[in-house]
Design a protein around this ligand. Structure first.
Ligand code: GLN
Length: 241
């Protein structure tokens, strides 16, 4: 079995080392004897989505998002078919905003891919903090860090999680991120998957299920990851007695 990960525009969308999430996916595959490969795509490269099992769109500054915006129009149709066909996507922060219809800033409106029915508007102040989510679909809380000016509104879509601590999509409605088909959109930056191995395995098992019809992943020893996850949960949500 083999998983191929497409990393879109790593030179522009890689704020706070979002690419570390790819290393996490690759490692958790290799530890299980599943081959894993990453292909990087830069502006101007053509992308054949039929080669890909997971796509990563990382975070970027408003300026960098503006730069990739026109490139996205060229791949919109094939990216859309990939998503509708159950292709897995992890889109973080600036990449998450680009999944939607638009991101409206003071400098202008950045057009998105319209892959998911959501939109984003710049607000003030920036929302910067640790963040903890819960989603009964997952066995552990989701922990991370957020840093964004945009406020995202997901309408009737399913959120990635309910905010237990932090601000989330817009600081108002208690939601964070979005789940649509096999797409995960989230504001959680940096080491999202190392901190949340259950989310990494969710992406991997969806990708394997689509490709091979089997999504069973052999268990790994996540004792340390789970302890770290619980530590953050208790620090910000449930104070230790
Ligand atoms: N530029 C976007 C914002 O500030 C996304 C930033 C990011 O990816 N951290 O909302």
């Amino acid at each position: 079995m083999k998983i191929t990960i497409g990393h879109l525009y790593p030179d522009l969308l890689n704020l706070y080392g979002d690419r570390g999430n790819i290393q996490c996916m690759m490692k958790r595959c290799l530890w299980r004897g599943i081959d894993a490969e990453t292909i990087e795509f830069r502006l101007g490269d053509s992308i054949d989505f039929s080669d890909l099992d997971i796509v990563l769109l990382g975070g970027g500054s408003d300026r960098e998002q503006m730069l990739v915006c026109s490139e996205l129009k060229k791949i919109q149709e094939s990216f859309h078919s990939y998503v509708e066909d159950g292709g897995s996507v992890l889109a973080v922060c600036g990449g998450y905003q680009l999944l939607g219809h638009y991101y409206k800033t003071e400098e202008g409106t950045i057009e998105g891919l319209s892959l998911v029915d959501l939109y984003t508007e710049q607000g003030s102040p920036r929302l910067i903090d640790n963040i903890v989510l819960e989603n009964p679909q997952f066995s552990l809380p989701i922990v991370g860090f957020e840093n964004h000016g945009g406020r995202t509104y997901i309408g009737s879509n399913r959120p990635f999680g309910k905010v237990l601590y932090g601000k989330g999509n817009n600081g108002e409605d208690g939601t964070e991120g979005v789940l649509y088909k096999n797409v995960v959109g989230t504001y959680l930056h940096g080491p999202l998957l190392p901190k949340n191995p259950h989310i990494c395995d969710y992406l991997l098992s969806n990708a394997l299920g689509r490709k091979y019809g089997t999504s069973d992943l052999s268990p790994l020893d996540d004792t340390q990851e789970k302890e770290a996850n619980q530590y953050i949960f208790h620090r910000f949500v449930k104070q230790q007695p």
